[in-house]
Design a protein around this ligand. Sequence first.
Ligand code: SF4
Length: 498
Amino acid sequence: MKILLVYPIFPETYWSFRHALSFVGKKAAFPPLGLLTVSAMLPKTWERRLVDMNVDSLTRKDIEWADMVFLSAMIVQKQSLDQVVKQCKELGKPVVVGGPFVSTSSDLVPEADHIFVGEAETTLPEFIKDLEDGNPKRIYQAAVRPSLELTPLPDFDLIDINRYTSMNVQFSRGCPFSCEFCDIIEIYGRSPRTKSSEQMLAEMEALRAAGWRGTVFIVDDNFIGNKREVRKFLPELIKWSDRHKSPFSFLTEASVNLAEDDALLELMRQAGFHRVFLGIETPVAESLKEANKSQNTKRDLLESVKKIQSYGMEVMAGFIVGFDNDPADIFEQQIKFIRESAIPLAMVGLLTALPDTQLWKRLEREGRLVHESSGNNTDCSLNFVPKMDREYLVESYKAILREIYSPLEFYQRALDCLSRVKTDTLKWRNVNAASVIGVLRSFTKITLRLGVRDHERIRFWKYLYRILRDYPDRLGNGIALAAMGYHFRKVTEVYCAE
Ligand code: SF4
């Protein structure tokens, strides 16, 4: 049996990092971890190939080679998913689909032959058996949320690691909180399940043996959802990293209550975490209560960010406008908070009702749902009737983006961040001639783009001067932030053209 695994295209969003990737000669930020994991669950005798359409094009020949095509997608990839399913069906190939989008919207992929709702650890073996018996079903719905101890080591050898800026691994699924707009808890549940430390270290070892050095993204939606297991895993990770001269630095997502746990922060610092994404959402307590985000109302959010930064971790964060309880000055409040928190990479989105979420159900009851979500909370396609005037909300939202990603604001936030986060992610460990040349080439490209061709070049040179004067040991981080700020500005120009 020949299996083609296809990962559909991500549109240009803040998360694509496309404009920044061009500086480092990479095609995508992360490989398709879900498909690599599914591949590892298939019988060893089956041949498999993977096409990540974010780094390669999918050809007719690829599809003709296969006996069956497997696809996985997030909601934001649904347009590309539809096109690929259609193309495969035209060529007479059976199509299997799964992943987060399909799990909440299985009725929206009518042409697929086999649909996986939920996690595949228990249903994929059932499908393989049914296939061998000549009697596969159309829908496979996971009856239980599987233990992650069943999850195999992903087939990392299906990808060319050099096409990506980061590798990714998963430690846990699920989150104990109950934010109203969140689809993670609907898909993965509220009791976080984790892999064992042995499984995680085997994945680290596989990446290290494949030659990877650099950032590893632990993709959990809330890495500290199961603190007891995290506390067991981190000391093992620290020992492993020490043994191998710290080949990786880590990036993950966590809930804001991380700030109250100094011991955990210290373990993360020692393990080499350099960036954490937090769901801050809004500084307005009433809106947080409405969203059932109680973990954010119990603490001073600005102080929490500062605390995490003091452990050498740059904070990235998500912000939302469009809650029913947002006051008229919410836009100014968000800009002020983002400025004062020194969060360079602030992902601000409009509230979106994702399928199956508590928010979706409430808005449906209230008769306020308008259409399905595009999955891209920055494209201004509001899918419900807001309490605030819709046009005012969208225009003021765009004004936030234009303000926070203006070079003046962004460079200042990046400098404030460098003053608080006193480590540089560009560690000169495991360096060889090729990596030095790569870094110098990227530095030249960034300087040419931002310091020569950009109409805001004076601000870039002032920014560079300040880094060299005040934080020369953090130059690598400073330049990387400038590149990402450029990406955010470019995406903002597309979404927020006046
Ligand atoms: S903390 Fe994050 S992952 Fe957990 S429920 Fe809230 S939004 Fe979802």
